[in-house]
Design a protein around this ligand. Structure first.
Ligand SMILES: [Zn+2]
Length: 196
Protein backbone atom coordinates (compact mmCIF):
# COMPACT_ATOMS: atom_id res chain seq x y z
CA UNK A 1 0.00 0.00 0.00
CA UNK A 2 2.99 2.29 0.34
CA UNK A 3 6.09 2.37 -1.76
CA UNK A 4 9.62 3.46 -1.02
CA UNK A 5 11.34 4.59 -4.18
CA UNK A 6 14.47 5.90 -2.46
CA UNK A 7 16.31 2.59 -2.86
CA UNK A 8 16.29 3.14 -6.56
CA UNK A 9 17.26 6.76 -5.98
CA UNK A 10 20.44 5.61 -4.25
CA UNK A 11 21.50 3.36 -7.14
CA UNK A 12 20.68 6.01 -9.71
CA UNK A 13 22.49 8.66 -7.72
CA UNK A 14 25.65 6.59 -7.50
CA UNK A 15 25.57 5.91 -11.23
CA UNK A 16 25.54 9.60 -12.05
CA UNK A 17 28.06 10.48 -9.37
CA UNK A 18 31.06 10.94 -11.64
CA UNK A 19 29.45 13.31 -14.09
CA UNK A 20 27.43 15.34 -11.64
CA UNK A 21 29.54 15.20 -8.52
CA UNK A 22 28.51 18.52 -7.04
CA UNK A 23 24.79 18.08 -7.44
CA UNK A 24 24.96 14.48 -6.29
CA UNK A 25 26.91 15.30 -3.13
CA UNK A 26 23.98 17.38 -1.99
CA UNK A 27 21.51 14.65 -2.83
CA UNK A 28 23.44 11.81 -1.17
CA UNK A 29 23.44 13.65 2.12
CA UNK A 30 19.69 13.35 2.17
CA UNK A 31 19.65 9.59 1.57
CA UNK A 32 18.98 7.64 4.75
CA UNK A 33 21.84 5.91 6.52
CA UNK A 34 21.89 2.15 6.65
CA UNK A 35 21.17 0.57 10.00
CA UNK A 36 22.74 -2.90 9.97
CA UNK A 37 21.99 -5.43 12.67
CA UNK A 38 25.29 -5.61 14.55
CA UNK A 39 26.47 -5.57 18.16
CA UNK A 40 25.77 -2.12 19.58
CA UNK A 41 23.06 -1.22 17.07
CA UNK A 42 19.95 0.43 18.44
CA UNK A 43 16.63 -0.87 17.14
CA UNK A 44 13.22 0.57 18.03
CA UNK A 45 11.21 -2.46 19.17
CA UNK A 46 7.66 -1.21 18.60
CA UNK A 47 9.08 2.28 18.77
CA UNK A 48 11.09 1.80 22.00
CA UNK A 49 14.89 1.99 21.52
CA UNK A 50 16.67 -1.27 22.37
CA UNK A 51 20.43 -1.85 22.20
CA UNK A 52 21.55 -5.02 20.43
CA UNK A 53 24.11 -7.06 22.40
CA UNK A 54 25.98 -9.91 20.79
CA UNK A 55 26.50 -12.72 23.33
CA UNK A 56 28.91 -15.14 21.73
CA UNK A 57 29.13 -18.34 23.74
CA UNK A 58 25.91 -17.69 25.62
CA UNK A 59 23.22 -20.33 25.48
CA UNK A 60 19.89 -19.67 23.87
CA UNK A 61 19.14 -17.69 20.78
CA UNK A 62 17.62 -14.23 21.27
CA UNK A 63 16.15 -12.75 24.40
CA UNK A 64 15.21 -9.38 25.83
CA UNK A 65 16.62 -7.89 29.02
CA UNK A 66 15.08 -4.53 29.79
CA UNK A 67 16.00 -2.18 26.97
CA UNK A 68 18.49 -4.63 25.46
CA UNK A 69 18.09 -7.44 22.96
CA UNK A 70 20.68 -10.16 23.44
CA UNK A 71 21.63 -12.38 20.53
CA UNK A 72 23.67 -15.56 21.11
CA UNK A 73 25.67 -17.50 18.57
CA UNK A 74 28.14 -16.64 15.84
CA UNK A 75 28.32 -13.00 14.80
CA UNK A 76 27.53 -13.77 11.16
CA UNK A 77 24.22 -15.26 12.28
CA UNK A 78 23.21 -12.23 14.31
CA UNK A 79 21.27 -10.36 11.57
CA UNK A 80 19.16 -13.39 10.65
CA UNK A 81 18.51 -14.38 14.26
CA UNK A 82 17.50 -10.88 15.22
CA UNK A 83 15.24 -10.58 12.20
CA UNK A 84 13.59 -13.94 12.96
CA UNK A 85 13.03 -12.81 16.55
CA UNK A 86 11.53 -9.47 15.47
CA UNK A 87 9.30 -11.34 13.01
CA UNK A 88 8.04 -13.53 15.86
CA UNK A 89 7.38 -10.47 18.08
CA UNK A 90 5.41 -8.83 15.28
CA UNK A 91 3.42 -11.99 14.64
CA UNK A 92 2.52 -12.17 18.35
CA UNK A 93 1.16 -8.66 18.17
CA UNK A 94 -0.60 -9.07 14.84
CA UNK A 95 -2.56 -12.24 15.61
CA UNK A 96 -4.93 -10.82 18.28
CA UNK A 97 -5.25 -7.47 16.47
CA UNK A 98 -6.24 -9.08 13.18
CA UNK A 99 -8.58 -11.54 14.91
CA UNK A 100 -10.36 -8.77 16.82
CA UNK A 101 -10.77 -6.41 13.85
CA UNK A 102 -11.79 -9.15 11.40
CA UNK A 103 -14.36 -10.43 13.91
CA UNK A 104 -15.84 -6.93 14.16
CA UNK A 105 -16.73 -7.03 10.45
CA UNK A 106 -17.45 -10.77 10.37
CA UNK A 107 -14.83 -11.56 7.74
CA UNK A 108 -12.66 -14.66 7.90
CA UNK A 109 -8.87 -14.36 7.60
CA UNK A 110 -7.30 -17.24 5.77
CA UNK A 111 -3.68 -16.69 6.69
CA UNK A 112 -1.34 -14.09 8.19
CA UNK A 113 2.13 -13.95 6.70
CA UNK A 114 5.06 -11.84 7.89
CA UNK A 115 7.61 -11.42 5.16
CA UNK A 116 10.46 -9.29 3.86
CA UNK A 117 8.59 -6.89 1.63
CA UNK A 118 10.24 -3.67 0.57
CA UNK A 119 7.53 -2.14 -1.58
CA UNK A 120 4.60 -2.28 0.84
CA UNK A 121 3.94 -2.54 4.55
CA UNK A 122 0.98 -4.83 4.22
CA UNK A 123 -1.28 -6.42 1.67
CA UNK A 124 -4.55 -8.29 1.45
CA UNK A 125 -5.10 -11.06 -1.09
CA UNK A 126 -8.44 -11.85 -2.75
CA UNK A 127 -8.54 -15.16 -0.84
CA UNK A 128 -8.46 -13.39 2.56
CA UNK A 129 -4.73 -13.78 3.19
CA UNK A 130 -3.03 -10.86 4.93
CA UNK A 131 0.66 -10.16 4.69
CA UNK A 132 2.83 -7.69 6.61
CA UNK A 133 6.45 -6.54 6.54
CA UNK A 134 8.59 -7.79 9.45
CA UNK A 135 9.93 -4.23 9.78
CA UNK A 136 6.66 -3.22 11.40
CA UNK A 137 8.15 -4.73 14.58
CA UNK A 138 10.20 -1.49 14.56
CA UNK A 139 7.19 0.81 14.23
CA UNK A 140 5.15 2.32 17.09
CA UNK A 141 2.05 0.37 18.22
CA UNK A 142 -0.42 2.86 16.73
CA UNK A 143 1.22 2.42 13.32
CA UNK A 144 0.86 -1.37 13.58
CA UNK A 145 -2.76 -0.92 14.64
CA UNK A 146 -3.46 1.36 11.67
CA UNK A 147 -1.91 -1.06 9.16
CA UNK A 148 -3.93 -3.95 10.58
CA UNK A 149 -7.09 -1.83 10.34
CA UNK A 150 -6.13 -0.92 6.77
CA UNK A 151 -5.57 -4.49 5.59
CA UNK A 152 -8.58 -5.89 7.44
CA UNK A 153 -10.73 -3.19 5.80
CA UNK A 154 -9.53 -4.58 2.46
CA UNK A 155 -11.22 -7.87 3.37
CA UNK A 156 -14.48 -5.98 2.78
CA UNK A 157 -13.36 -3.50 0.11
CA UNK A 158 -10.57 -4.40 -2.31
CA UNK A 159 -9.99 -0.78 -3.25
CA UNK A 160 -9.23 2.60 -1.70
CA UNK A 161 -12.69 4.04 -2.24
CA UNK A 162 -14.74 6.14 0.16
CA UNK A 163 -16.38 3.14 1.84
CA UNK A 164 -13.00 1.52 2.35
CA UNK A 165 -11.70 4.59 4.20
CA UNK A 166 -14.80 4.84 6.38
CA UNK A 167 -14.27 1.25 7.47
CA UNK A 168 -10.48 1.60 7.89
CA UNK A 169 -11.02 4.62 10.17
CA UNK A 170 -13.66 2.75 12.13
CA UNK A 171 -11.38 -0.26 12.64
CA UNK A 172 -8.42 1.85 13.73
CA UNK A 173 -7.99 2.45 17.47
CA UNK A 174 -7.25 6.16 16.98
CA UNK A 175 -7.17 8.73 14.18
CA UNK A 176 -5.41 7.40 11.09
CA UNK A 177 -3.64 10.66 10.21
CA UNK A 178 -0.93 10.23 12.85
CA UNK A 179 0.19 6.76 11.73
CA UNK A 180 -0.04 7.78 8.06
CA UNK A 181 2.18 10.80 8.68
CA UNK A 182 4.60 8.67 10.70
CA UNK A 183 4.96 6.19 7.83
CA UNK A 184 5.51 8.98 5.35
CA UNK A 185 8.22 10.54 7.51
CA UNK A 186 9.90 7.35 8.77
CA UNK A 187 9.09 4.62 6.27
CA UNK A 188 12.32 4.96 4.33
CA UNK A 189 14.40 4.86 7.54
CA UNK A 190 12.52 1.72 8.57
CA UNK A 191 13.65 0.04 5.36
CA UNK A 192 17.30 0.65 6.28
CA UNK A 193 17.19 -1.62 9.34
CA UNK A 194 18.85 -4.97 8.86
CA UNK A 195 20.45 -3.81 5.62
CA UNK A 196 23.92 -5.22 5.08
ZN1 LIG B 1 -4.55 -0.44 0.88
Amino acid sequence: MLTAPLRMARATALGFAQSQAGWIAVRLKRLPERRPFVDGAVVPLFGEPHAVRHRQGARGTVWREGAEIHVAGRPEHLPRRLRDWLTARLRERLLPLVAEKAARIGRPVKRITVRDTRSRWGSCGPDGSLSFSWRLALAPPDVVDYLVAHEVAHLAHMNHGARFWVLARDLCDGPIEGPQAWLKANGEALLQYGAA
